[in-house]
Write a protein that binds this ligand. Structure first.
Ligand code: 5GP
Ligand code: MN
Length: 336
């Protein structure tokens, strides 16, 4: 089967080759795709003789991804001063600049930003935007770029790419799992990826503290709606502090709510700082898209997996998100 390359690949490759120094950025609450993308592009840059840095707004990377190459070179940057010093700024898996770097204080004229992403709602903030929502993951976009441009994919790059692919497709079970995603997985296995090694790192690496946090959320699931199709749970700042858990420990938790029979829409509220509540939205086929509800609350994301952050007490935010879901769902149902 012939595959058309995204039209941006030759420009992206030319831009990356033109700069001797790259700084890679990933989004807040780094996931497997963000870490996998940066790890893969970091190594590709090193192989090309580039000086590469890697930064993001999280203080550290989640432990399950730290087996990937170059993760020990990740730097925490609350605020980034863009300057025009002949450096290329590459944003990975970040649908907007703010998600990549909090408090970006404006760029110096002449700063060059390369935006590599697969989010449909990407705001195209880059000097060059290579955004392809047909890709399951940003690592699928990178893999296609590397192949189209004839860049070497080493066994370690393959592991990083596979990590983004497997996590963003929910281990090849979400609706973004395409024949092309499976073909990419097959290629990566041929390059030496051991899926069980990656599975062990990513999915068999939960701390007991995180499990205690999950127990809190699983013990207070609310279910409602005409056919009992909506559900939510929440975690207060005290739950995080009391169990000694962090934001990254909720990874995968909201998806558990969807495994309850009949549930088609799930939300998890996490009070990450007192008065600041992060919400994760997940939806199934035949239900208002998660992204539509997230957008109406100032957030965004993929059609079926989206997020937003609201100010207020957990109780207030629960009330707000319940009514936003009910309203958006009623609108959606009337139009379908
Ligand atoms: P999660 O619920 O796993 O944190 O996020 C799921 C998806 O929602 C992410 O891949 C991202 O696209 C999007 N997302 C999560 N949080 C936010 C947010 O605060 N703002 C926006 N615009 N998108 C978000
Ligand atoms: Mn992604």
């Amino acid at each position: 089967m012939t595959e058309r390359s995204a039209p941006c690949f030759s420009e992206v490759s030319a831009l990356l080759r033109a700069f001797p120094r790259w700084t890679l950025f990933i989004h807040q609450k780094a996931d497997g795709d963000a870490v996998g993308s940066a790890s893969a592009l970091f190594e590709a840059g090193v192989l090309l003789g580039r000086r590469v840095r890697w930064m993001g707004p999280d203080a550290s990377l989640p432990l399950p991804y730290r087996f990937l190459p170059h993760t020990d070179e990740y730097l925490f940057r609350e605020e980034l001063a863009f300057d025009d010093t002949g450096e290329l700024y590459v944003f990975l898996d970040s649908s907007n600049e703010e998600r990549g770097v909090r408090g970006v204080g404006g760029r110096a004229p002449g700063t060059v930003v390369l935006n590599l992403d697969h989010h449909e709602d990407n705001s195209r903030y880059g000097t060059l935007n290579c955004v392809d929502p047909s890709c399951s993951s940003t690592t699928e976009l990178l893999y296609r770029l590397f192949r189209a441009e004839g860049w070497t994919v080493t066994a370690t790059i393959a592991e990083s790419l596979y990590t983004g692919l497997v996590t963003d497709t929910g281990a090849f079970m979400f609706s973004n799992t395409t024949p092309r995603a499976h073909r990419m997985a097959a290629d990566l296995l041929e390059l030496g990826v051991d899926p069980s090694r990656i599975e062990a790192h990513i999915y068999h690496n939960r701390s007991l503290k995180a499990m205690a946090l999950w127990a809190q959320a699983l013990s207070r699931i609310e279910v409602w709606g005409k056919d009992g199709e909506f559900s939510l749970s929440w975690l207060s700042h005290g739950d995080f502090a009391g169990t000694g858990s962090q934001a990254a420990d909720t990874e995968g938790l909201v998806n558990q709510l969807l495994t309850i029979r009949g549930i088609r829409f799930a939300m998890l509220l996490s009070e990450l700082e007192p008065g600041r509540v992060k919400i994760s939205f997940r939806s199934e086929e035949g239900m208002v898209p998660a992204a539509a509800v997230a957008r109406s609350l100032g957030g965004g994301g993929h059609p079926r997996a989206a997020g937003a952050t609201l100010e207020g007490t957990v109780k207030d935010v629960v009330r707000k998100v319940r009514s936003a879901l009910e309203e958006r769902h009623a609108e959606w149902a009337a139009a379908h």
